[in-house]
Design a protein. Structure first.
Lengths: 321, 266
């Protein structure tokens, strides 16, 4: 049986969101015969998004265009997706595990009386059965699950799948779906989006020295800055640090911050939560943490179990030679 | 205003259990369980609102063996009441089953406004229950909250967003999942709280009390079926220096980096 998938096409900063493109690549690679439909919900639909999704393998795009969909809000987005699902009867409904995707998918699943697979890093197809693979327990254990029901729902972990750099798909067919909204659908009101200032681009940095909650305070970022300077690198931080303004938000690395791929990444006082680690693809990763069980050591090539407040000043002294 | 906080228990990450053993209940002692850290963030959110609005806060735990200890801790932090909802038939590995259990608990509680939960289970990364609960109860929700403010009869909630933060306004009656942002950093228990916790009478409800049976909340009823749990083998070899004085450790690291030809700096 030919499988039909519906993917929620998220738009981030006026582009089709990266993880969403990654899912397309993964689906086609794993199941070349899969028929991929995309859902595009917005106040305006740009042809660039449609073309981009087509290039990456979406065959049919279902659009809902309404002023109520200008920004993501659960109720109008769920309502729109339900219409599309009703129309096309997919076997799989999938979205990138962004803040929006993780809100949308569980709600759609509930409307179909089933559960969902969360933050998958792999999907396999076994004689018509879809198997979802999600890492749990700080990435020490892989959990394989399946969903009983005609439609399966899943979110992926951000950073799990690579985007195809040479996509060769063609222009997709576009169907407009009409959905009307009433006052009750808009009970949660959008006030504003405060975009984090991105004054420093960490994407091309070769060396990054980053701090996490273990840094403990604004003044302690000084030593991180000094070491970064000595190594001719940039500084980075987890959201825990930018949230409390120990360091400017531009330095946030991870799912909700910048994605980086340095040659060398030194992480100090960072536990290694997936939300942070999913933004890092480093050739060499060095971790410094007091907790031997911290998940960052699973990702590290080199590490010191120790207090960064003692280790970093010594490291600095030695680097100054 | 009545606030209900759902907390759960996880095995303390400090407990030396490796890989799949962590999920083997026969290897876990009651003392190894702690409140899911994000659940504590939710308690903190409720207590902050209590300070402003004079709300009544009820902590509920229905995940993990004998949640009595966790609930006493919640009261020691400042919650007014606690309810233990435990039944051996509960299959809480499926977020939808958990949402069903929570729905029935709220129906029995009857009067409630705001419902707070942690953003996810730290041990399983499961986050879906909050959104599922909102959908089941047909209530507005905000996930990944970083801050809650009161604006007249509404709540203004800032939540995590890729590349920034989003602010939305919602009615007081709704569901919020709380992150570990500064706003939700849990407070310590107080002497008075600990005394209250000792004296507190914590009712215990079972499946029948909340009107459910194994056919809707048991493992058989789950639509999410676990096929396997397997240890992830990390193929990469890593050089972790666990012992020694800081200076020794740094020297060892630098020597090894040199030996491996890893350049520090550009």
């Amino acid at each position: 049986m030919k499988m039909k998938a519906l993917i929620f096409l998220q738009i981030r900063e006026d582009l089709v969101e990266e993880n969403t493109l990654g899912i397309l690549n993964k689906l086609i690679e794993t199941n070349p015969s899969i028929e991929i439909h995309g859902a595009l919900l917005r106040d305006q639909i740009k042809s660039e998004w449609v073309e981009e999704a087509g290039k990456h393998g979406v065959k049919k795009i279902h659009t809902v265009k309404a002023s109520e969909l200008e920004v993501y809000l659960s109720i109008p987005y769920v309502k729109s997706m339900l219409e599309i699902i009703k129309d096309i009867e997919p076997n799989l409904v999938i979205a990138a595990g962004t803040v929006y995707g993780e809100d949308l998918i569980p709600r759609l699943a509930v409307q179909h009386g089933v559960s969902c697979a969360e933050r998958i890093t792999d999907i396999t197809f076994d004689s018509g059965e879809i198997i979802f693979h999600s890492p749990v327990r700080d990435d020490q254990v892989m959990k394989a699950t399946k969903i009983v029901g005609p439609i399966k729902f899943a979110t992926t972990r951000t950073g799990a799948f690579f985007v195809n750099e040479n996509p060769s798909g063609s222009s997709p067919e576009v169907t407009e779906v009409s959905v009307t909204f009433d006052e009750d659908d808009m009970v949660v009101k959008h006030i504003e989006i405060k975009k984090a200032e991105r004054t420093v681009n960490l994407k091309d940095a070769k060396v990054i020295v980053a701090g996490g909650r273990g840094v403990g305070g604004k003044e302690n970022f000084q030593i991180i800055k000094e070491i970064a300077k000595l190594l001719d690198g940039e500084i980075g931080a987890t959201r825990a640090c930018t949230d409390v303004h120990w360091i400017e938000e531009t330095y946030e690395i991870g799912q909700t911050g910048q994605s980086v791929s340095p040659d060398l990444y030194i992480g100090a006082g960072i536990s290694g939560a997936p939300q942070h680690m999913s933004g890092i693809k480093a050739k060499t990763l060095i971790a410094i943490n007091t907790d031997e069980g911290a998940p960052i050591f699973n990702y590290a090539d080199y590490g010191i179990v120790g207090d960064m407040h003692l280790i970093l000043p010594i490291l600095k002294k030695k680097l100054e030679g | 205003m009545k606030i209900v906080v759902f907390i759960s228990q996880i095995v303390n990450p400090q407990v030396k259990l490796q890989g799949v053993d962590y999920f083997d209940s026969s290897r876990v002692n009651e003392d190894d369980l702690i409140i899911n850290p994000y659940g504590k963030n939710a308690i903190e959110g409720a207590l902050k609102l209590k300070e402003i609005l004079g709300a009544d806060v009820t902590a509920v735990c229905s995940k993990g063996l004998k949640p009595n200890k966790a609930l006493r801790e919640a009261i020691a932090m400042g919650c007014d009441n606690a309810i233990e909802v435990a039944d051996e038939t509960f299959y809480t590995e499926d977020p939808l089953i958990l949402a069903k259990i929570y729905t029935n608990i709220l129906e029995k509680i009857e009067e409630f406004d705001l419902v707070l939960l942690g953003v996810e289970e730290q041990s399983t990364s499961s986050y879906a229950t909050a959104a599922m609960l909102a959908e089941k109860l047909n209530l507005p929700s905000v996930l990944y909250a970083e801050e809650i403010e009161i604006q007249g009869d509404k709540l203004r909630v800032g939540h995590v967003l890729e590349g920034g933060r989003k602010i939305v306004e919602m009615p007081m009656k709704g569901i919020i999942s709380c992150s570990d942002s500064q706003f939700f950093i849990p407070r310590y228990t107080t002497m008075k709280g600990i005394l209250n916790a000792k004296r507190a009478e914590i009712p215990i409800w079972n499946a029948a009390d909340i009107g459910v049976s194994a056919s809707v909340v048991g493992e058989e009823a789950a639509s999410l079926k676990q096929i396997s749990l397997s240890n992830i083998v990390i193929e990469k070899e890593s050089f972790i220096i666990k012992e020694g004085e800081p200076e020794e450790q740094v020297d060892k690291l630098l020597a090894k980096l040199k030996e491996d030809g890893v350049k520090l700096g550009v």
